[in-house]
Design a protein around this ligand. Structure first.
Ligand code: BG6
Length: 499
């Protein structure tokens, strides 16, 4: 397989409310995630792969440790860091006037990253609506759009010069479904009108953001060749039985709902048929106002960030009558048309997330053939219970997971798919919305257990370092011991790790 090109972006991704901490510092006010985690604190039994809702007041303390983290990133060898800026830190109230301390914080982070050879790749919004804005109506109210415009305008003007790759939203799908239909994440709603409104408002915000982006380019705040994308988590449909026409039809429906529904508006400037059918069925067609569709059409985005953790195995509803031996879970509003199933024969993580890297290539082909825009993986990672031995973690399972997935990216590139980079989830252990601090994703460990938040390496850190140096994945015979020994020695000898 061909090596990655010299300008390929090897990055790690994370998210401010999951890593940053400093929630009440620097002139910041709460977001909906602060409120949610304070009010729903819950710690399950040790070792249980269950949801933990813990305090994010300190999280991984990136707020105070970004300088040492930037050095660790340099040591890892990455040339990118994807990170969302916390809206509530930059705009702590509805005055439209930014918090200078908040801007300064991100300016310092960006400068520090750049000093260490790491390109900041900002995401503007990752589910964390400022609380003051939620109180005015939040994402399901059109007021959201104007406040978002003010926020991005300030960010582009003040921070635009530091980078040339930007993303507007992270996972409109997860956010709208789990926060406006399933009551799983804040603001804990279950209301179809609010769901469709939030989705449409986020799409309009994407278009408005592009408008501001172009204006900032015109005024010289952002480089001419800079690009603005959207980050979407689509888990491509895989038929339970690939010979079964009904299963195949259900897959088609699933992808229309999960890929086209969320990407068409900001990539093609239009909604797919299923969107119009659903809003009609739910009697909420009035959410589309005069001029909205023209706005979407005029300001489409330049690239797709794709969060690929797993595909979704889909069965047609007829199988629900069969005596099934796998456990199943209905997809949200397409329950009657497609079912998500979890065959026992498949590989899963500790959190029962399917492991199937081979669907990354067909998925990227679908994305590219429909949208004809460059792609970048923005999230791909393995949440697991890690065990720390001699100060480090020998996470062979994570190396396997990441290497297999990155190999698929390499394969996709060989087949002509324009991937510009790969950003894995995540740089260090952080707060996970579904697993708290017990579900580890990091290549760098964070000592939450002893509350020191000290950083330490895992074997996977040295796997990634090696891949970046070689500009290729390990094609066969991964030498896990080598990475484990490197982690142990480096932890012992290098000043970069806190002990
Ligand atoms: C993505 C989110 O959907 O999945 C992240 O953008 C999240 O915020 C990641 O951390 C993994 O999910 P979880 O719940 O396992 O942490």
């Amino acid at each position: 397989m061909k090596k990655f090109k010299d300008d390929f972006i090897f990055s790690t991704s994370t998210c401010s409310f999951q890593i940053e901490g400093g929630r009440s510092l620097g002139g910041r006010n709460d977001s909906i995630w602060d409120k949610f985690t304070k009010e729903n604190f819950y710690i399950p039994e040790p070792g249980e792969a269950a949801r933990e809702i813990n305090s994010i007041e300190t999280a991984s303390d990136f707020y105070h440790r970004y300088k040492e983290d930037s050095k660790i990133m340099k040591h890892m060898g990455v040339n990118g860091f994807t990170y969302n800026m916390d809206w509530a830190r930059i705009m702590p109230n509805d005055s439209g006037i930014p918090n200078e301390e908040g801007i300064k914080f991100y300016e310092n982070v960006f400068k520090e990253l750049i000093k260490n050879g790491v390109k900041p790749i900002p995401i503007l919004y990752h589910w964390d609506t400022p609380l003051w804005l939620e109180e005015l109506g939040g994402a399901s109210d059109r007021i959201f759009i104007e406040h978002f415009r003010q926020f991005v305008k300030i960010v582009f003007e003040r921070l635009g010069k530091y980078t040339d790759i930007w993303y507007v939203n992270d996972e409109n799908s997860t956010f709208t479904v789990s926060s406006y239909l399933q009551k799983y994440s804040p603001p804990l709603k279950s209301n179809k009108r609010e769901f469709w409104s939030a989705l449409h408002n986020l799409n309009l915000s994407g278009a408005i953001c592009k408008k501001e982006f172009l204006a900032a380019q015109e005024s010289g705040f952002i480089k001419r060749d800079a690009i603005l994308g959207i980050d979407h988590d689509w888990s491509p449909a895989v038929p339970y039985d690939k010979e079964d026409l009904d299963d195949l039809e259900s897959c088609k429906i699933f992808d229309e709902y999960h890929m086209n529904m969320f990407l068409d508006p900001n990539m093609l400037g239009e909604y797919p048929k299923c969107f119009w059918e659903e809003i009609k069925k739910d009697n909420v067609e009035d959410i589309i106002q005069k001029g909205d569709m023209e706005l979407l059409k005029k300001y489409t985005l330049d690239l797709i960030g794709w969060n690929y953790y797993r595909p979704t195995i889909i069965a047609s509803p007829k199988r629900m009558k069969e005596k099934i031996e796998w456990f199943n879970d209905p997809g949200f509003f397409i329950t009657k048309k497609a079912w998500i199933v979890y065959p026992k024969s498949e590989r899963y993580t500790d959190w029962k997330w399917l492991i199937k890297p081979e669907y990354l290539v067909p998925g990227s082909e679908k994305l590219y053939s429909r949208y004809k825009k460059p792609l970048m993986i923005i999230e791909n990672g393995m949440g697991y219970f890690d065990e720390r031995i001699n100060g480090v973690v020998n996470d062979k399972y994570r190396i396997d997971f990441l290497n297999e997935h990155l190999m698929q990216v390499q394969k996709a590139i060989s087949e002509g798919i324009p991937f510009i980079g790969y950003s894995l989830w995540t740089y260090c252990d952080i707060f996970s919305p579904s697993g708290g601090y017990r579900k580890k994703y990091g290549l760098v460990g964070v000592d939450f257990e002893n509350k020191t938040l000290n950083r330490y390496p895992k074997s996977s850190f040295f796997w990634y370092k090696n891949v970046i140096e070689q500009k290729s994945t390990i094609q066969e015979g991964i030498d896990y011991n080598k990475y484990f020994n490197e982690a142990k020695n480096d932890y012992k000898n290098s000043q970069i790790w806190n002990k």
